[in-house]
Ligand binder design. Sequence first.
Ligand code: NAI
Length: 327
Amino acid sequence: MKIAFFSTKSYDREFFDRNPTTHEIIYFEARLTHQTVNLAAGCTAVCVFVNDKLSANVIGELKKAGVQLIALRCAGFNNVNLVAAKENSISVVRVPDYSPYAVAEHAVALILTLNRKTHKAYNRVREGNFSLERLTGFDLYGKTVGVIGTGKIGQVFCEIMLGFGCRVLAFDLVAHQPTAAKGVEYLPLTDIFQQADIISLHCPLNEQTSHIINEQTIAMMKEGVMIINTSRGALIDTIAAIGGLKTGHIGYLGLDVYEQEQKLFFNDLSENIIQDDDIMRLISFPNVLITAHQGFFTEEALTQIARITMQNVDDFQAGNTLKNRVM
Ligand code: NAI
């Protein structure tokens, strides 16, 4: 099968090329958009990542190009118009479970860095500045952590925070009983907003969760709350977050994802004039830490992503049941 891979970087090629395959893979650096969709001409499948935009329009063009399968090499699928895929009889598969540890541990890295300011200490010490002024952190032990979404990643995150001796509160549409049995308290969302010292988002982006962190919900939170988002950018209303940071209501913000990340993340723009004023404002705060969607970026996760993606393609070609089918 001929497969057009969009949004590829050197690491994608490295990990996918490790798996022997009978398929013909064509790697493109371009994102899949209305402008680039013609690159898929003659391909049976496209393989896409988080910031490829599979709108109804693009999916209609893919159908005309002969594409029958959209293979996401990620877990989230909010960037695919599933209704259009169904109407065009294009199957959609994803990698639902590659390493929940990678993302959960990255969320913890953001918390620890924001709290103990190791990024600032590293730079200070390299410059011969051994002062501790303004590096004060707080003990995680005994703090209340609110977790929104206790699926695969949220469950691992809860366990790590329990290990720190935190009180862990959670909200999900369905409580995960084994997680509750470990000591996590499931509460209504508003209780979590009101009680948590740290809030970490681990739910998917959909109509219910879009801007779940907004002006009203920020107002419910404790003064100085820490918010961590390793899930999807649009869970947070960026303008509301900037407002909360300016008043000091939000004490710390750790982001691995950003609402407008498509135009920025995964690219070296260090010589460019960044046109996104909101991210530049966020970067200007001393208590904001942004990483460019690297939660998944571990050796183990990349290995699993490549293996499961190609297994999904093999299953499609063989006419097997698609266990990782989105629709
Ligand atoms: P999952 O599907 O195992 O868990 C998601 C959980 O969110 C489920 O328990 C679901 O019931 C819950 N949920 C759905 N709607 C909700 C709502 N309205 N309120 C509260 N909870 C709700 O997904 P997984 O693997 O844990 O991934 C979570 C998210 O992490 C993905 O959707 C994706 O956006 C993000 N992600 C980020 C990565 C990164 O590199 N930063 C990598 C992989 C995933």
